[in-house]
Design a protein around this ligand. Sequence first.
Ligand code: 5AD
Ligand code: SF4
Length: 481
Amino acid sequence: MENKTTEMTYGAVPSTEPQRQYYYIEKAKEYVRDRAQVLNRPLTFCVNTFGCQMNARDSEKLEGILEAIGYEKSDENHADFVVYNTCTVRENANQRVYGRLGYLHSLKKKNPHMMIGLCGCMMQEAQVVEKIKKSYRFVDLIFGTHNIYKFAELLVNRFESERMVIDIWEDTDKIVEDLPADRKYPFKSGVNIMFGCNNFCSYCIVPYVRGRERSRNPKDIIREIERLVSDGVVEVMLLGQNVNSYGKNLEHPMTFAQLLTEIEQVEGLKRIRFMTSHPKDLSDELIGVMAGSSKICPHLHLPLQSGSSRILKEMNRRYTKEQYLNLVDKIRAAVPDISLTTDIIVGFPGETEEDFEETLDVVRRVRYDSAFTFIYSKRTGTPAAVMEDQVPEHVVKERFDRLLGEVQRISEEMTSRHTGKVQTVLAEEMNSHDASLVTGRLGNNVLVHFPGTAEDIGRLIDVSLDECRGFYYMGSRITKE
Ligand code: 5AD
Ligand code: SF4
């Protein structure tokens, strides 16, 4: 129930979004202003992000709301409000959060005004929330992945209740548009195109914590990108757990390839990236659009997970080793020189030496530009967690090291194949070790360091790739506009 003073000052609480949240932003602002007056200094925040690019984008939204409320950005040690946006894809991500909560508690004892918020994927697990309620009672606010847009409202609840506020939704069909976001980079931005995942790969917890697949309306996506471009953005990264199934559940269904074609037409936008692609849904139409595009970067992240058709079946990936290799051939034929990157899991239950050899075989045949390699992590509630034949730790470790060695050897060879060429680099930041250099990215996502100044940041610059040093290049400028 709303209290009287609030209604008199602000009128009735709007029932539609995002208006409701703008109402709560105003209300939260008052609380923050009052506290700042008492302390005689501004209130500060720190949002700490774990996990993937989806979480990174969600954190920009949280930061945007906090800044609208009147908080100022700070580091964890000096913040009045610390938010952890958590990941739970592997168990060690959870352990890290528990470990750091102990440290946050010690900070809170020193600063009685401090608040701690936890959100993101880990909070969607009932046993995690139970554990926090029981053993980490100093936490102030817990919410999940489906209701981050309600952050301001939840914060007001916390200011008014003085007790731990918990709001977790099991799933949602709602997408709330047009809330503030504080972008990390002025010249590039992530753009969500869909949320959730319907694939239920047998090892993966994501479908349980991010809910069912929901695509954003293409008009909303284009409008957001147009706004970003008019605000100085030249590169967008389209984000979704499985972008290749974009649009299937829209009122007027459309394909990801069609969406890309529309985005390509946004004037002023220079580069388009996307992730992640599921091999089972990667269409010829998409390959055609990539081949004909001048803006889509020549990079495809195509998670393999395993090279063994038998394990892929157990993983519920719905492609075989041969289908994956054929797909790679098709892509390379259409987009020569494309960079391919991947994710691989070692030690899935029942993985034999022969299965693992199949994975090595795919790695050697595809020759990835880079690969993220993971040790299988048992996630409670997933089908794989109860599979027999979990692989002993020492066997997994030994395979992991072999895979990593192979991936790195090939990656170095692949990365260096552009030596001597001239390519366009998006200058992203000043080099942290040498103030005479800027660091940027090639279309294929590889880093390049080259002479430059702060004025170059955010600009596309032609650079000669003089020398490859493992995973990055040292370059020199060709033109100066
Ligand atoms: N164990 C290890 N790696 C996992 N991934 C997802 N779930 C697990 C798990 N249970 C990896 C997959 C996915 C990436 C984001 O994380 O390789 O592509
Ligand atoms: Fe997890 Fe598979 Fe969905 Fe990726 S596609 S998020 S690995 S269930």
